[in-house]
Design a protein around this ligand. Sequence first.
Ligand code: MEV
Length: 313
Amino acid sequence: MGQGSGKGKTILFGEHFVVYGLPALAAGIAAETMAKVGKIDQVGWTLDDHRPAMPGYKAKKLDEQKVSIDNVLRYCNVNLSKTGIHIELGGDLVCASGIGASAASCVALARALSDEFSLGLNNSQINAAAFEGEKGYHGTPSGIDNTASTFGGLVWYIRNLEGGPPTFEKLKLKKLAHLVIASTGITASTIEVVGDVRAKKDENPEWFDEIAREYENLVHSGRDALLQLDFSKVGKLMNRNHELLQELTVSCKELDALTKVARENGALGSKMTGTGRGGNMISLAPDEATRDSIAKALEQAGAAGVWTTSFGL
Ligand code: MEV
């Protein structure tokens, strides 16, 4: 039996903009997906998906998941025409849009295949296998989710628009930053939302470029502020990043309502994270006690799931 795991992530700055080659910052979180792979007496693959999930998430993603698993198998050169495999997915990462669940499952599967078939894949190869898997879910993924999931920690990421390897750097903070993640419970389709933003950008490039120019300055300031541990500035920049995402039309009233609740309850900043139009939002807290009270307020406000985490070391 081969085993492997992949971490969840949140995007602190840069969802959607990262698709067009602008820098983004993602933070790996402790929760992860586990995959187990064992040989069976039939050809092809079978799947038991025991991952905890938001209602409706797995059904909505099932067709994409099948393409994704085939893509990972193809990258890993695993031929199931004589002996098949059974795949089991589990772990403590709750599948919801915006938490990197698809990337985490691709990374976990690639690691489990490497273990079961003694492929000896290193992290770069695991990341590349997961990137192929992500194409099943995203169509044209930027690669930030699989990179954050493979390597964990705080990741500065720039997609290579020519198709070559991305630029990425692991950043370390001198002090932990505290985060609350909350779910709207709405499962978004990344392919659809990314496709819609692209269509809007193609229709009105000046509109997109103006927003993107402001974002680019913002993400560099966000990186500097994080490294200087100026969390109140980071929070303000997160708030502005959320407004830019509203202008891109990828937020929604549920995300806007949760960010408002978090800000009213002590968050330094709050924004949607990931695809948007549902999915998750994140809030930066000044300390653990405030983080816990923001989490409570979000629960009381009807968030479908609330998690606390820390990142940076
Ligand atoms: C999804 O987690 C992040 C997006 O920017 C898509 C991508 O980067 O591939 C919306």
